[in-house]
Design a protein around this ligand. Structure first.
Ligand code: NAD
Length: 250
């Protein structure tokens, strides 16, 4: 049975990935720092007969990451670095605390989990790391200074890992979603546009040339493809899934 580790697996895109790989018969370890969501999802998946385990972990804390990877078997096949947080602000309106917080989760979280996973992927004679990046890594989005900085780093880490571990049969790729309708988006609207959530939701949906936001399941399907044998020639690549956001001009 192939095993997969998914960070931020209890909500949104991570939840869709956790559910899909559980349904497909993988041994799934999903990490999250939201204890209630994680436990509820584990119970639901176990009731469906899945081999899914929730591990409470803040990916930005190296000691916690080491502890949960220590609870897994010696080998794993796949790591999906999905946990991430957002922030609104330009260079002047981003505080040092916000910059550090975003860095800790979105960058150091990927570093911590990837570093902990490498010995297990090597023990497996190879495997795969998939990072959930963003269109923010490769274009100038307004008011996303800290967030874009972290996703640029995720793209660079992807290339670096892919290069350094190609001889170990460890591949590394990233997926760059445009807007996907998840609690991440709902929370962002509630926090930054209170009272204008519906109007802003429609505005955000319309910025994708296809006219809507993506669905978490559409990102999970790409992860599943990248984890398949058919994708075994792919490493060091970034896959936008964005309803035409990057590629189509108005
Ligand atoms: P979400 O908020 O719905 O889910 C994120 C999950 O990660 C939550 O369960 C949260 O508890 C967990 N998490 C956050 N910080 C954590 C930490 N330090 N340790 C452990 N768990 C942590 O978000 P989502 O929309 O599903 O986003 C998932 C990923 O996709 C993020 O990396 C995000 O940057 C990226 N992304 C999202 C969108 C979008 O529009 N939703 C677009 C592009 C990229």
């Amino acid at each position: 049975m192939k095993s997969i580790v998914i960070t931020g697996g209890a909500s949104g895109i991570g939840l869709a990935i956790t559910e899909l790989f559980s349904k497909k018969g993988f041994r799934v370890f999903f990490l999250d720092y939201h204890s209630e969501n994680g436990k509820a999802l584990e119970e639901k998946l176990k009731n469906q007969g899945a081999h899914a385990s929730f591990l409470l972990c803040d990916v930005s804390a190296l000691d916690q990451v080491k502890a949960v990877f220590g609870q897994m078997p010696g080998k794993i096949d796949i790591l999906v670095n999905n946990a991430g947080i957002s922030h609104i602000g330009n260079l002047e309106t981003t505080s040092e605390e916000d910059l550090d917080r975003l860095f800790q989760v979105n960058v150091k979280g990927v570093f911590n989990c990837s570093q902990a996973a490498i010995p297990k992927l090597k023990a497996n004679q190879g495997g795969l790391i998939i990072n959930i990046c963003s269109v923010a890594a490769t274009m100038g989005l307004s008011d996303r200074f800290a967030y874009s900085m972290t996703k640029g780093a995720v793209l660079s880490m992807t290339l670096s890992i892919a290069r350094d571990y190609v001889a170990d049969q460890i591949r590394c790729n990233c997926i760059s979603p445009g807007r996907v309708h998840t609690p991440f988006v709902d929370g962002f609207l509630a926090k930054n546009y209170p009272g204008q959530e519906k109007e802003m939701f429609e505005k955000l949906a319309a910025t994708q040339p296809i006219g809507r936001m993506g669905k978490p399941e559409e990102i999970a399907a790409m992860v599943y493809y990248l984890a398949s044998e058919e994708a075994s020639f792919i490493t060091g690549s970034n896959f936008p899934i964005d309803g035409g956001f990057l590629g189509l001009k108005a």
